[in-house]
Write a protein that binds this ligand. Structure first.
Ligand code: HSE
Length: 321
């Protein structure tokens, strides 16, 4: 008898949503990230008639590969099914992208996270959510070739996630002040994470390392203490921002506008081009969003903005039948 049997094995169709994420959070390159409420990706897993996993034949031509092992959702789901010994189980995937590629919103990670939640639920929940993480990270690795969970972990698990060790996927869900609100602004340029990783120097000068360590340690303390004033002093990126900000038009002006409008701090969301800011309330966050958008728009750069509390839920099942 397979692990998929039992009461939940009767499910025929599961629709899962997984949210966008802000990775790095200024000083936590590859080891810190948080989820926001929207946008996000949807993966629908349906039982089919032909053995094995595949994408539906009528998937849209949205620029994302639908070759199973080249797609972050496809590879994540495939890896999970292999682990469960369910490689021959007939499952059809549908992927509804809420984010384009190369936005800095964790698009590929959200697809991977939604896929493992949808498939795991369809099979009757053989694994707890946390155990799905490594399959989702394996999926996301298909996008940029690197193994880092700073988008996948918060997209899957929700909250503000610290990754002590990416290889071991030792992740810690941090507390955070509930009033904290995020602003994410996406200007209409594309930066692929793989390209943004290639611009980074392999070595870090000692002075930058010391400054970054101080800010990261203080950021964790600020979140645990609920100390927003301290949070406002430590949202600095001494290492990555100077190497990447030239990829984002008007970066310095947008960041300055965010701070002038009352943000606690601002920086690059993941590998960009999206920029994020954190604010002490929804009211301030909305003001910050308006100020950041105004700079991009003045430069004739179309942009979208989202204001959200830190999303505590992460990926979830929208419907199951
Ligand atoms: N930590 C990764 C990077 C996140 O900045 O390259 C990519 O979204």
């Amino acid at each position: 008898m397979s692990r998929a049997s039992g009461r939940s094995a009767r499910l025929q169709r599961v629709e899962a949503f997984s949210p966008a994420t802000v990775a790095n959070v200024a000083c936590g390159f590859d080891i810190l990230g948080f989820a926001i409420d929207a946008p996000g990706d949807i993966v629908i897993a349906e039982r089919g008639s032909r053995p094995g996993l595949r994408f539906a034949d009528d998937e849209p031509n949205d620029g994302f590969p639908r070759e199973l092992k080249a797609n972050t959702a496809g590879f994540a789901a495939w890896s999970l099914l292999q682990h469960l010994g369910e490689g021959k189980t007939s499952i059809t995937l549908r992927l509804q992208k809420g984010m384009a590629r190369g936005t800095g919103l964790g698009s590929s990670a959200a697809s991977a996270a939604a896929a493992v939640v949808a498939v795991n639920t369809l099979l009757g929940m053989p694994l707890p959510k946390q155990a799905l993480l490594r399959f989702a990270v394996a999926g996301e690795q298909k996008a940029d070739g690197a193994w880092h969970a700073d988008n996948v972990a918060p997209s899957l698990l929700g909250g503000m996630i610290l990754i002590r060790d990416n290889a071991a996927l030792d992740v810690i869900s941090l507390p955070y002040p509930k009033a904290l609100h995020a602003v994410v602004v996406h200007p209409a340029v594309q930066i692929l994470t793989a390209d943004a990783r290639r611009v980074l120097a392999p070595k870090v000068p000692r002075a930058q390392w010391i400054a970054q360590s101080g800010d990261l340690a203080a950021l964790i303390a600020a979140l645990c203490l609920g100390d927003l004033a301290l949070l406002g002093r430590c949202l600095n990126d001494h290492i990555i921002e100077p190497q990447r900000k030239h990829l984002i038009p008007k970066y310095d002006a947008v960041k300055a506008a965010a701070l002038a409008a009352g943000a606690l701090g601002a920086g690059i969301s993941g590998s960009g081009p999206s920029m994020f800011a954190l604010a002490a309330s929804r009211v301030v966050a909305k003001r910050v969003a308006t100020a950041m958008q105004a700079v991009f728009r003045k430069a004739r750069l179309p942009c979208n903005a989202w204001v959200s509390p830190i999303n505590a839920t992460g990926a979830y099942v929208k419907s199951a039948s």
